[in-house]
Design a protein around this ligand. Sequence first.
Ligand SMILES: [Mg+2]
Length: 115
Amino acid sequence: MELNDYQNDIVTFDLFGERCGTQQIDMAFLDKVLGLTGEAGEVADKVKKLIRDKDGKISEADRKFLSLELGDLLWYLATCARYLGLSLEDVANANLGKLSSRLERDMIGGAGDER
Ligand SMILES: [Mg+2]
């Protein structure tokens, strides 16, 4: 599946699915941004519990759980991008370009968005 196909297919599951190109933050967009951080928190919490309770070992059930949570995260990411009028492929390509530039300049390590 192509990233943009996924992004188009999930519109069905968004109560405000036809929205695109948001010009200002409103409750619908804020709902998606908070959902993005909430799902990231679910992944982090699961990993925390794997470390705390299972010595960091990941079972197949754990892997399946994490896969579903990463899917939730992807849904919110794709929806946030769509609200901003961005395609997932554009977001992915821009990220790849940024990382490639950092690698070429030996700047993968360190901190700061503008390096
Ligand atoms: Mg979830």
